[in-house]
Ligand binder design. Structure first.
Ligand code: SF4
Ligand code: SF4
Length: 714
């Protein structure tokens, strides 16, 4: 008896000590990150809800049904099998041990066996998935490409070993004397295994039970060590990461609004992330939470079109760098703490504190993230579409990390794609990315047969909405047709609106997404001042990028407005009968979700409802729609950058749209319209397929059909 206790507890204590040391080191490393204001105390209710839905309910994992169900049972299996672990350790000391109160309940025996079998079944599913999706078979198309697949196989093997030794131990116990196994036939799997041991004799079974018990305890302990050194760290880190994640999702506004007040800048000020220690502790927690599942990679438009950017490989690269730079990060943190305490201690003791840590920190040379860890082509390929964030089961916030690295490159290194430099200069000098100037911002109104008031002082009392036209809508020929159609529909519905005309300026979205936080904030402050001076309360816009910035990001500068996208307003007006679609259009429509309208702001149903209200419109969805909608390639300031690697994102998306057989590709974003229209033309399909905003489609439906059936303008 003492020998089994000695072996079992020795294996356990050694493994717990090794794993505990590792967990402590990781915890120190994560806590050495920069502050992440608001992450700890905010929204306790929502954080609890996140634990229930994301961790306990496995919501995101279940979006991928088969692997999701398998993971659900594995997660709950390991959670509930804690009872068997308690029983095993109790058995080490006392073979007649049962968990007090419930330890002989047949229900507990059934639950334990059910989940043991469920985990084994899940292992079969995972094995098949891993073989079918092996990177050696599918190359980049495999979501496991670049993951540590060897470690994943070891994990499956260890999980199998945990369950196998458990069932063997329980089976052998059934025929021991005195009979130690407390459950009757409800522990069905144990009894099936036990039948195989029947006839070996009580003594042999007792020896086998002890052997399998010790193996079970040892495998569990070894698994703990393996978890602490592998991607399976997520078993413990994921629930913590989910608890501190942005709720309801890390999309819409960027997380951090940098302090760009030049009065606060010192020689130590760092904008963005150029070295691993510039990330916040929450971002560092993200890096260690990654499961390497590759869901993000499989939905990334950049990766799907042959670019080097994979959100998974970005996170893995940052995690590996964080571990390799740990000495520097920890020494830097110690030095920082010493600096914080230096003054009082100097005053008290007459000598500076922390000199040793500071010297040590200075000796360690930090590694720049770009280009060493993250290649510039990786960094600039991101469209900030948010697909990765949407899919990540452990709520990692890739977009914020990428933008933080861009910020460092732009603001600290003045390093960014040269073609984007012109866009930034244009915004700075002319107030729009094309540099066409404010005087042309009202040209689009000339095609209208009614007057659009331009706000010169304050918005008139009888005007309900400020129509934020956006740079593309005001200045691009194709996008102008969108804002004109929307304007005509609002006018038709009797909605009173006005525009800022030459006083409207770029919201700063492209500048912010490329990393020029300074220019963005200048634009934001100026626009908020203009809107407030004009007394604006309600804004409607046709551009999802403007919509996102005005609605979600301007509140940080005091700009609190009620902002709606034109798809939402049109939906309301159609429902109220103030806009009545007609029969002038008949055909098949496929709707493309703009990333900043759909995924970032959850406006999925309204544009579809507008299309559905058109009697002759038959709708067909693309495979990648709604939350899984595929980017057009223009976001993240990619609209103003060359796309020379791989295939074009807009081509990929447009081929999917053309594959539906629709004769209209409809959308609700000027960027998407331009990108999709370009790709339709590049495919030579402009005679057969048109790209139209939802407002253009409604207008077309209202055209009178003449006697021979062709639509005429009313
Ligand atoms: S935001 Fe979009 S483009 Fe950028 S890494 Fe994520 S999925 Fe890829
Ligand atoms: S970042 Fe999230 S989705 Fe991507 S591999 Fe890691 S855990 Fe999976």
């Amino acid at each position: 008896m003492p020998i089994r206790i000695a072996i079992g507890m020795a294996a356990t204590l050694i493994c717990v000590a090794v794993a505990g040391h590792r967990f402590h080191w990781i915890s120190r490393l994560v806590r050495a990150g920069q502050p992440a204001p608001g992450r700890v105390r905010r929204d306790l209710g929502r954080r609890a809800e996140a634990e229930v839905t994301e961790v306990a309910g496995q919501r995101k994992l279940l979006n991928w049904r088969i692997p999701g169900i398998a993971h659900f049972f594995t997660m709950w299996g390991f959670t509930l099998l804690i009872f068997t672990i308690i029983e095993a350790y109790g058995d080490l000391f006392d073979p007649t041990f049962h968990i007090p109160g419930i330890g002989t309940s047949p229900v507990l025996g059934f639950i334990e066996d059910f989940f043991a079998v469920a985990v084994l079944a899940a292992l079969v599913v995972f094995t098949v998935i891993r073989i079918k999706n092996a990177p050696s078979r599918k190359e980049r198309a495999s979501r496991f490409y670049g993951s540590h697949t060897g470690a994943a196989w070891v994990t499956l093997l260890l999980i199998f070993a945990v369950i196998a030794t458990l069932l063997l131990y329980r089976g052998a116990e059934i025929d021991t004397k005195p009979r130690q196994f407390p459950y009757d036939d409800w522990a069905f799997a144990s009894h099936v295994i036990g039948a195989g041991f029947a006839g070996l004799g009580h003594g042999v079974d007792g020896t086998l039970a002890t052997t399998f018990l010790l193996l079970n305890v040892s495998v569990i302990s070894g698994f703990l060590v393996f978890v602490s050194y592998s991607k399976h760290l997520h078993i413990f880190v994921a629930p913590v990461n989910v608890a501190f994640s942005r709720r309801p999702r890390a999309l819409g506004a960027l997380d951090r609004t940098l302090d760009m007040d030049m009065d606060n800048v010192t020689e130590d000020t760092v904008f963005g992330a150029g070295f691993i220690e510039n990330f916040t502790w929450k971002q560092m927690l993200d890096f260690v939470a990654c499961t390497e599942c590759g869901r993000c990679q499989s939905v990334c438009p950049a990766w799907s079109t042959g670019k080097p950017l994979s959100p998974k490989l970005v996170i893995m690269g940052l995690r590996d760098n964080m571990f390799s730079q740990a000495s520097h990060v920890l020494a830097g943190r110690a030095s920082q703490r010493a600096d914080e305490h230096e003054k009082p201690r100097t005053a008290a003791h007459g000598e500076p504190a922390g000199g040793e840590q500071r010297d040590h920190a200075e000796l360690l040379v930090p590694e720049p993230l770009v280009p060493g860890v993250i290649d510039p082509d990786v960094l600039w390929s991101c469209t900030t579409c948010g697909s990765c964030v949407e899919q990540c089961p452990v709520d990692i916030e890739h977009v914020d990390a990428i933008v933080d690295m861009r910020r460092y490159q732009v603001l600290m290194e003045s390093s960014f794609p040269h073609e984007a430099g012109l866009m930034l200069r244009n915004i700075e000098n002319q107030g729009d990315p094309w540099g066409l100037g404010s005087s042309r911002r009202t040209e689009w109104t000339q095609a209208l047969d009614f007057e659009v008031p331009v706000v010169t002082d304050t918005i008139p009392d009888d005007v309900e909405y400020l129509y934020w036209v956006g740079c593309a809508g005001a200045l691009d020929e194709r996008a102008r047709r969108q804002v004109q159609a929307a304007a005509r529909l609002l006018h038709q519905a009797g909605v009173r609106f006005a525009i800022l005309g030459p006083k409207e300026s770029c919201t700063g979205d492209p500048a912010r997404r490329i990393g020029n936080e300074y220019l963005y904030q200048e634009q934001a402050k100026a626009n908020v001042a203009t809107l407030e001076a004009a007394g604006v309360k309600k804004i409607v816009t046709t551009c999802p990028h403007c919509f996102n910035t005005l609605k979600n990001e301007y509140p940080a500068f005091g700009g609190e407005f009620e902002v709606v996208h034109h798809s939402e307003l049109l939906d309301d007006l159609v429902r109220a009968g103030r806009i009545v679609p007609g029969t002038g259009y008949s055909g098949t429509v496929t709707y493309h979700d703009p990333c900043y309208l759909g995924r970032h702001n959850r406006v999925f149903d309204e544009p579809r409802a507008v299309i559905d209200a058109i009697p002759g419109a038959r709708t067909v969805e693309m495979r990648r729609c709604r939350e899984r909608g595929f980017c057009c390639g223009a976001g993240g300031a990619r609209m103003w950058m060359e796309e020379t690697i791989g295939t074009r994102v807009n081509m990929d998306r447009t081929l999917e749209a053309l594959g539906t057989g629709a004769d209209v590709v409809s959308t609700a974003c000027p960027y998407c319209m331009i990108m999709l229209d370009d790709a339709v033309r590049a495919n030579g399909k402009e005679e057969e397929v048109r790209v139209l905003d939802i407002s253009q489609l409604v207008e077309e439906s209202q055209r009178v059909v003449d006697a021979v059936g062709s639509p005429e303008d009313r």
